[in-house]
Design a protein around this ligand. Structure first.
Ligand code: NAP
Length: 307
């Protein structure tokens, strides 16, 4: 059996594509992956998704999953290990199954890069965050650090300066990678202090973040700083390993789309954080998911693969 549509990913983009796909008669197969729910499963309260003044990220994803279930969307909770776009119908492989499909929606998202420290992992959601716009509110009047020197770090630090008592940006070199305008804005902000040439070597605290230990890259000196929150802003990695070499990617690995959701292969659409290098918001990913399902339907109609 050849599927009309396979959707890869279970963040807001994948779930919304599934809702539109099934209602549009595409009978999609949703391959959710092992990390069901995507990045929102790692956040605390979401307060900017329309319809919910405040909802925990995992609860929001659970609501989307239930919505999809109520429509009887077929789903598989395995990782896609690879796809083969060299012949048509396209092939999708999990560890033990192979599927064929006339159209694909890649909504495999992105993963925040982390520093890789043991205590960082332990304290995620307890003062360690990868998302300032999601979690900044909880640090009102507190002392926080932002790690990184790119636009994300500038943006996060500037955003947090409107909430926190103090913001310390810690960057591993003596110059930022970020655009000049964002650097200038940050450096002119009296609530933001920058510590240059330094890396975080440990995150301190038993049940919640109480501080960090940093090491100066020039003189090797280690210092501890008392803090309530640490925002890691060292970039995101789009989850594109399964299509690398088969779809056009930009230099940072994001899938390049044209005419909204189309990739370099006909019938393959990419949406959400796997192709959105700029906004990276749940509500935007959901919108893109609906667009991809509409575009997949149009593609299948034109190919006369739909009744
Ligand atoms: P990025 O540009 O890749 O910057 C990542 C930063 O984190 C760099 O300064 C890097 O240091 C540092 N870093 C990386 N790994 C690290 C590690 N293990 N330990 C310590 N520091 C580490 O990522 P981004 O800031 O997320 O931006 C990604 C893209 O999105 C960029 O093209 C950016 O322009 C765009 N963006 C735009 C906006 C906007 O226009 N409003 C906002 C956010 C992002 P080095 O500099 O030493 O490599």
């Amino acid at each position: 059996m050849v599927e009309k549509l396979i959707i890869i990913g279970s963040g807001p983009a994948g779930y919304t594509a599934a809702i539109y796909g099934i209602r549009d008669g595409l009978n999609p197969l949703l391959i959710r992956g092992f990390e069901v729910g995507g990045q929102l499963m790692l956040t605390s309260a979401v307060e900017n998704f329309p319809g919910f003044s405040s909802i925990l990220g995992p609860d929001l994803m659970d609501a989307m999953a239930k919505h999809v279930d109520s429509l009887n969307v077929r789903k598989i909770d395995k990782n896609v290990e690879r796809v083969d776009l060299s012949s048509y119908p396209y092939k999708v492989f999990t560890d033990d199954q192979t599927f064929e499909a006339y159209s694909l929606i890649i909504a495999s998202g992105a993963s925040a890069k982390w520093l890789g420290l043991e205590n960082e992992k332990r304290l995620i959601g307890k003062g360690v965050s990868g998302c300032a716009t999601c979690d900044g509110f909880f640090f009102k009047g507190k002392d926080v650090a932002v790690i990184g020197g790119g636009d994300s770090a500038m943006e996060d630090a500037t955003y947090l300066s409107g909430l926190a008592k103090s913001v310390t940006v810690i960057h591993r070199r003596h110059e930022f990678r970020a655009s000049k305008i964002m650097q200038d804005r940050l450096l002119a902000n009296p609530k933001i202090k920058v510590i240059w040439d330094s890396v975080v070597v440990d995150i301190l605290g038993k049940d919640k973040v109480e501080g960090i230990k940093i090491k100066n890259n020039v003189d090797g000196k280690e210092t501890s700083i008392n803090l309530d929150g640490v925002f890691i802003a060292i970039g995101h990695e789009p989850n594109t390993a399964i299509v690398k070499g088969q779809l056009d990617l930009d230099k940072e690995g994001y899938i390049i789309t044209k005419e909204f959701t189309k990739t370099s292969k006909p019938g393959v659409f990419a949406v959400g954080d796997v192709q959105d290098r700029k906004y990276k918001q749940a509500v935007i990913a959901a919108g893109w998911g609906s667009m991809a399902a509409i575009d997949a339907r149009k593609f299948l109609m034109e190919k006369k693969l739909l009744d």
